[in-house]
Design a protein. Structure first.
Length: 287
């Protein structure tokens, strides 16, 4: 995995009185780093929760910190962060590619309808953190990296992770109960972010509207989508915050569905799911 491959090039172990500087490529990974690292880490996310994750423009100050100050870099991996490629060769940070320990979805089939070209994500769906169970392998990779840098504090990181996972597991049980009455509900998504979330909570994703991230569907594609939604009895359209509002309204109205905006990223991992489950359950209950 990337962690093992780059361990030899990583900075030496960090002094006990110093915090480990960690840079992540998403706010969700930052939250998970802080859950494991506690007060031993100082973490920064290169992407804000509300940004389109595929089109980040790094600031010069972020580039400088990543190249000179970061001790650990945690990334989503696959082809989720094309903007990161120009930074990696100049960074001396220990790299954790969190995707390496995940059971990925959509690795062998086209991401959208049969007649489409393959999705821009050629290696599988990259939004794996939206299954809360995947926090377990993600935090395991983070723990391994932090223990490499601060071996004397491995037990502290293990205790932090165990406490976080216990809280998360309790909340997952409640989220599954909240959404259990709606298992099997057919939905359409604007952007193909929700495969892992849908699998975990029993949603049947019929189609994604965008042919590629950020590229709106053509009129012919929209017409086919509306027909498919009506034929399948789709009840709900899931949009991301950066989706075009006019497109969302058009799909919902002509496809005969109720739209709900779910959050693909957030500054606190557990709160992210709390909000999404609350929004989705309220939409399905009122539908």
């Amino acid at each position: 995995m990337a962690l093992a491959a780059l361990a030899a090039a990583a900075p030496q172990t960090v002094l006990a009185q110093e915090k480990t500087r960690v840079v992540t490529t998403s706010a969700d990974l930052k939250s998970l780093v802080e859950a494991v690292g506690g007060d031993r880490v100082e973490a920064e996310s290169l992407a804000a929760p509300e940004q389109d994750p595929h089109a980040i423009e790094l600031k010069p100050s972020q580039l400088a910190r990543l190249r000179s100050a970061a001790v650990l870099l945690v990334r989503i991996g696959l082809d989720h962060e094309p903007w990161l490629a120009r930074v990696l060769p100049t960074s001396n940070a220990l790299l954790v590619d969190a995707s390496k320990t995940i059971r990925l979805l959509q690795t062998e089939t086209p991401r959208l309808r049969v007649e489409r070209k393959a999705h821009v994500h050629a290696y599988g769906n990259t939004h794996y953190w939206l299954d809360p169970y995947n926090a377990r392998p993600i935090t395991a990779s983070i723990l391994t990296a932090l223990a490499t840098l601060r071996p004397a504090e491995k037990a502290i990181f293990e205790a932090n992770r165990d406490a976080f996972l216990a809280r998360l597991d309790a909340r997952i049980s409640e989220w599954e109960i909240a959404l259990k009455p709606y298992r099997g509900t057919k939905v359409v998504v604007v952007h193909d972010s929700w495969a892992y979330f849908g699998e975990r909570f029993g949603l049947q994703i019929v189609a994604a509207a965008e042919p590629h991230p950020g590229i709106p569907p053509s009129p012919a594609e929209l017409a086919a989508l509306f027909n498919r939604m009506r034929e399948a009895g789709v009840r709900v359209l899931i949009a991301d915050p950066h989706a075009n509002p006019a497109l969302v309204r058009q799909i919902a109205e002509k496809g005969g569905a109720t739209s709900v905006t779910l959050l693909p990223s957030g500054p606190d991992y557990i709160t992210l799911f709390e909000e999404n489950v609350k929004r989705l359950a309220a939409t399905l209950k009122s539908d």
